[in-house]
Design a protein around this ligand. Structure first.
Ligand code: UT7
Length: 325
């Protein structure tokens, strides 16, 4: 049976120039390179310049993804930006990106699911593309998490970084089987009763300030391993795939120990797991497309292979997506 699939036809990413090492942080907060590397795997993070808003990072990633897909801004009819650090409360960062790249009038909006934002946004794009409502969608994860840091709080400020990644999603004809190119299966979950484990203590309708990120790290850690393992299993089921059929796992890059914990729980082959947490730290919704792009650029992930994306973040939200590139 012929079906329309949403296929990822281009991938791109961007990291701001400035690199902040663990030793740089240890100069003003009571931490050490040794602690950060041992507990998280993080060695450095990128930080946006003062005059470089989230939309600028998103634009750089989007233009690379469009070039990779052989498309230009004039082809784009939908832009979804997954971000928890928008340029402004409104308009949506997607609208700012649309104006900056010169895309025509179309569908644009942001998705707010924090670190799971990219997986959520991809599922939303699938809803439009597979129904024929978009022929060329940009799905972008773009974040400046360093803007939300309390630089006195060593339990959070060492964990996050800035960056952006983007994919172009276009319709492709398939047969409705797991051999099709495109998005094959999703699992999305949220549990708002756990909202106090990871949140920002400000906002337009409460304090009137941007606020700072607060996290009960070890509790989030425990939920992450269980929830992500569940999401991977469910997304594979939805796609009709055995976990062993997945060629590459591209996890949200929060903590190397979480990624290892999930791998151990599901018996994943470590060589199939893409890791960028050492270089990028946790870039929230940007981390998955950044890692995906890194592994495509260095030749590991190839066209035709099955990729599994997974994430968990504030909300709590979590999810996974299986696709054939
Ligand atoms: O992307 C969204 C999802 N977020 C996550 O997935 C993050 C999940 N959580 C984590 O990654 C880990 O829980 C952390 C990396 C945040 C913390 O690691 P942990 O092994 O859970 O450490 P802990 O919070 O239990 O703290 C252990 C000790 C504490 O000292 P005491 O109380 O044992 O004396 C902390 O005060 O480590 C101390 N500590 C630090 N020491 C040096 C906490 N942060 C630091 C630091 N440098 N930066």
């Amino acid at each position: 049976m012929s079906v329309v699939r949403s296929a990822i036809t281009g991938v791109g990413s961007y990291l701001p120039e400035k690199i902040v090492t663990n030793d740089d942080l240890a100069k003003f907060v009571d931490t050490s390179d040794e602690w950060i590397v041992e507990r998280t795997g993080i060695r450095q993070r990128h930080q946006a310049a003062d005059d470089q808003p989230t939309s600028d990072l998103a634009v750089e990633a989007a233009l690379k993804a469009l070039a990779d897909a052989g498309r230009s801004a004039s082809d784009v009819d939908m832009i979804i930006v997954a971000t928890t650090t928008p340029d402004s409360t409104f308009p949506a960062t997607a609208a700012i990106v649309q104006a900056k790249i010169g895309a025509p009038v179309g569908i644009v909006f942001d998705v707010q699911a924090v670190c799971s934002g990219f997986v959520y946004a991809l599922s939303v794009a699938d809803g439009f593309v597979a129904r024929g409502l978009s022929k060329c969608a940009l799905v972008i994860g773009a974040e400046e998490m360093t803007r939300l840091m309390d630089w006195q709080d060593r339990t959070t400020c060492v964990l996050f970084g800035d960056g952006a990644g983007a994919v172009v999603v276009e319709p492709r004809e398939g047969q409705g089987t797991k051999a099709d190119q495109g998005l094959l299966g999703f699992a999305l979950r949220a549990d708002g009763s756990k909202k106090d484990l990871l949140y920002v203590d400000g906002g337009p309708a409460t304090t009137g300030t941007v606020g700072h990120l607060r996290m009960l790290g070890n509790q989030v850690f425990r939920h992450a391993v269980v929830n992500i393992a569940e999401a991977i299993t469910l997304a594979c089921e939805a796609a009709g795939l055995e976990i062993a059929e997945v060629d590459w796992f591209v996890p949200h890059q929060a903590n190397q120990r979480i990624i290892k914990g999930v791998g151990d729980r599901l018996g994943l082959d470590e060589d199939k797991v893409v890791l960028t947490v050492a270089q990028h730290a946790n870039t929230s919704a940007a981390s998955i497309p950044l890692a995906l792009d890194a592994a495509i650029r260095d030749g590991r992930i190839k066209r035709g292979e099955v990729v599994l994306l997974e994430a968990m973040g504030g909300g709590l939200t979590w999810g996974a997506c299986a696709f054939r590139l």
